[in-house]
Design a protein. Structure first.
Length: 410
């Protein structure tokens, strides 16, 4: 897009120094500011200090920030976690009133509801009489019911309850439907699965842009692995039942005896002790290294020295770890669902069908044995991973967003 636009973005979470939602918000906004004049409404308490520090140090001039404080009630949130949405909704109302005032003064070309990514809270900016963009959108997907045998009792109750509530909310919440039907507007889905849900729920087509991105390609040298040398596997994530590391552990326990492997496990959480106990029970604990939470650079170093990343998560969007892995030339073995199924194709990894638990465990076993025995294939996938990473660069994401803006204004 050649024409510079004046854009208002609602970006509740935004920081140049953080990952996840605030990092995602910053990367989109800073990318857009290279092409347009960007005005951003964001939360005051958590992000103002980071943003002002960065603006002062880097002499940023093309982004205008407006900060709104969100009320918090920590005790109530401990007792009733969904109470978060009450205060978040109130913040969105304040953002709407400010946005109306700003639009009267600035006369924006486009208004964009950027984050948080979940579909439950689309804010109110769609009410303003301007072309509207909402997304990336996520959160509509449920954990497959037929895989609930992987969970302990708490996991069954937690994810079962979430599935039921999520299914009800998708069909009864009014504002997401109103925001989706706004005209003229464009919706952005974070994954193809979400895109299908948007069409099914709100009868509207959407574009796809992942909620995470890769940096410009690093100077990565792909690891060589000699015949019979140890295959270094990496797994990373929060240790919660939905991340399902136990699937991988059970697959590793039945590998052919001649397979020489080791597993680096990053992260920590409520399931850590349970999974460590399972590894002991399966007699594979001597091959597992539990790193816990370590600095990001150390974690990336472990991945860079690895040979394969395994993803077992049962519910996710694209997952930062997916893009970090392919950026480092790490082939991926994952389930054929969620956002990583969109990123991982036959050029950079192996996807396993989400059938029965037994089929999934067998799929991981076969994939690991294949990559152990066929180093040429593993290296071919590593080269493919580096190429694939370029398709999901932040620069590419911003270019896709620019194309959406251009199309919307036409």
């Amino acid at each position: 897009m050649n024409k510079s636009l004046k854009i208002l973005v609602s970006c509740y979470a935004c920081s140049p120094y953080r990952g996840s939602e605030p990092g995602m918000g910053w990367r989109f906004i800073s990318g857009l500011a290279k092409h347009h004049e960007v005005h951003v409404i964001t939360e005051k308490e958590k992000w103002e200090k980071d943003i002002k520090q960065y603006i002062e140090e880097e002499k940023v001039t093309n982004i205008h920030f407006y900060f709104i404080q969100k009320k918090r009630h920590k005790k109530l949130r401990k007792i009733w976690p969904p109470s978060y949405y009450w205060f978040y909704k109130a913040w969105q109302k304040k953002a709407y009133h400010l946005a109306k005032q700003l639009d009267e003064k600035e006369n924006f070309d486009i208004i964009h509801q950027l984050n948080m990514v979940g579909y439950r809270e689309p804010g109110y900016l769609w009410k303003i009489d301007k072309p509207f963009v909402w997304g990336p959108i996520g959160g509509t997907q449920n954990v497959p019911w037929h895989l609930f045998s992987i969970f302990n009792l708490y996991g069954k109750l937690f994810y079962g309850g979430r599935n039921i509530i999520n299914t009800i909310q998708k069909h009864v919440l009014k504002r997401p439907r109103f925001a989706a039907k706004k005209s003229p507007s464009v919706l952005i889905a974070a994954t193809p699965d979400i895109q299908k849900d948007i069409l099914k729920l709100w009868h509207k087509s959407s574009e796809i842009i992942t909620e995470v991105g890769t940096d410009d390609s690093l100077d990565i040298k792909i690891n060589d692995r000699k015949e019979n040398e140890t295959l270094k596997l990496v797994w990373s994530g929060q240790h919660t039942s939905g991340k399902a590391l136990n699937i991988l552990l059970k697959s590793l326990a039945v590998l052919d005896a001649q397979i020489n492997w080791q597993l680096d496990i990053l992260g920590v959480g409520t399931e850590t002790k349970h999974w460590q106990s399972l590894a002991n029970k399966l007699n594979i604990s001597s091959r597992c290294t539990w790193h816990g939470w370590i600095p990001k650079n150390d974690a990336l170093s472990i991945m860079e020295n690895g040979h394969v990343l395994c993803i077992t998560s049962l519910k996710d969007l694209t997952s930062t770890i997916t893009l970090e892995a392919i950026s480092l030339g790490l082939p991926i073995i994952c389930l054929d669902h969620c956002g990583f199924a969109y990123v991982v194709n036959e050029s950079c990894g192996i996807k396993i069908k989400v059938d029965s638990l037994k089929t999934i465990q067998s799929g991981f076993k076969k994939a690991i044995e294949l990559l152990y025995k066929d180093e040429n294939l593993r290296k071919q996938l590593a080269v493919g991973a580096l190429k694939r990473a370029k398709d999901f660069s932040w620069k590419e994401n911003v270019e896709k967003l620019n194309a959406i803006y251009s199309k919307l204004l036409r």
